[in-house]
Ligand binder design. Structure first.
Ligand code: B1M
Length: 232
C-alpha cells in the first residue's frame, strides 16, 4: 500500500493534477511530469492545453523564483529537463494534425544564448501547422543563419533570444542580410521573453511573436501574403 503522503497522480482531479504538475516541474521531476502529461492526454485534453496549462504555466512559476533568487541554475536545469520530457510526449501529437504544407522555416536561438525551450515549442507548433522546420539549435552566429538560409531557401527565418544581452544580436543578423541584399527574400520573425513589438520594428524584423501560437498565426499570414504577391 502507498505511504499516506504519497501522491497518486491518477487519483487527482484535472485541476489538482495540473497544480501538482506545476509543483513537480518546479522540483524537476521528469518522470512525474511525463506521467502527468500522459494522464491529461488519456483524459481527453488537447495537447496544446496540456502544454500551455501544465508545462508552460509551471515554467512561468520557475522563472519568477529564478528571477527572485529563490531557485538557481541547477534547479532550473532540472525543471527544464522535466519540461522537455513532457514536450517529447506532446511533440508527435502536436505535429500529427495532417495540416497541408504551408511553407518552410529555419529557426534558431541567437549567439550567446542557450535557452531553447521556447524555440523548440515554436518549432513543434509550426510543424503541427504544416510548416517544414529546420532547427539550428542554440548559440547561432550570423554565419550559421546565413548558411542555413542558403541551403534551405525557407520562407521564414525565426530567431529566438531570452536574454537582454543577446537580443541585439538579432539586429546583427538582419543588418548582415541587408548588406548582402537578401533581407527581402525572407520573412523574419522574432520571439523570446524580453522582446516586444517595438524592438522587432527597431531591428527591422517583420514581426514579433509573443508565443508559439502567435508565431504560427503570424507565419501563416505572412506566407499567404508572400504567395499572393504579384511577380513584378
Ligand atoms: Co535562464 N534566464 N539563464 N536559464 N531562464 C531567463 C531567460 C531569465 C528571464 C530568468 C530570470 O531572471 N527571471 C533571465 C534573463 C534576464 C535578462 O536577460 N533580463 C535568465 C538568466 C539571467 C540566465 C543566465 C544568465 C543565468 C546564469 O547563468 N546566471 C543563464 C544564461 C545562459 C545563456 O544563455 N548564455 C541562464 C540559463 C538558464 C538554464 C540553462 C538554467 C535554463 C535554460 C534551459 C533550456 O532552455 N534548455 C534557463 C531557463 C529555463 C530560464 C527560464 C526560467 C525559463 C525559460 C523558458 O524556457 N520559458 C527564464 C525565465 C523566463 O523566461 N521567465 C530564464 C518557457 C518557454 C516556453 O517560454 O522561452 O519565453 P519562452 O518562449 C515562448 C515565447 O517567448 C515565444 O514562444 C515561446 C513559446 O510560447 N518565443 C518565440 C520564444 N522564442 C521564439 C522564437 C520565435 C517566436 C516566438 O521565432 C519566430
Amino acid at each position: 500500500m502507498a505511504d499516506d503522503d504519497e501522491i497518486i497522480l491518477s487519483e487527482l482531479s484535472d485541476d489538482e493534477l495540473v497544480l501538482q504538475m506545476h509543483d513537480d516541474l518546479y522540483d524537476g521531476l521528469r518522470e512525474e511530469i511525463e506521467e502527468g502529461v500522459n494522464l491529461l492526454i488519456s483524459r481527453g485534453w488537447a495537447p496544446y492545453d496540456a502544454l500551455t496549462k501544465a508545462l508552460v504555466a509551471g515554467m512561468t512559476i520557475v522563472g519568477a523564483d529564478f528571477r527572485d533568487g529563490i531557485l538557481f541554475v541547477p534547479e532550473v536545469l532540472l525543471a527544464a529537463n522535466a519540461m522537455k520530457g513532457g514536450m517529447a510526449i506532446l511533440k508527435p501529437l502536436l505535429i500529427a494534425t495532417g495540416a497541408p504544407r504551408m511553407g518552410k522555416m529555419v529557426i534558431g536561438t541567437v549567439k550567446g544564448d542557450i535557452h531553447d525551450i521556447g524555440k523548440n515549442l515554436v518549432g513543434m507548433m509550426m510543424e503541427g501547422a504544416g510548416f517544414e522546420v529546420r532547427d539550428l539549435g542554440i548559440n547561432n552566429s550570423v554565419e550559421k543563419y546565413l548558411a542555413a538560409l542558403e541551403e534551405e531557401k525557407p520562407d521564414i527565418l525565426g530567431m529566438s533570444a531570452l536574454l537582454t544581452t543577446t537580443m541585439p544580436y538579432m539586429k546583427v543578423v538582419i543588418d548582415t542580410m541587408k548588406e548582402k541584399g537578401m533581407r527581402d527574400d525572407y520573412i523574419v520573425l522574432v520571439g523570446g521573453a524580453p522582446l516586444n513589438e517595438e524592438f522587432s520594428k527597431a531591428i527591422g524584423a517583420d514581426a514579433y511573436c509573443r508565443d508559439a501560437a502567435v508565431a504560427v498565426e503570424t507565419a501563416k499570414a505572412y506566407v499567404a501574403r508572400k504567395h499572393n504577391r504579384p511577380n513584378v
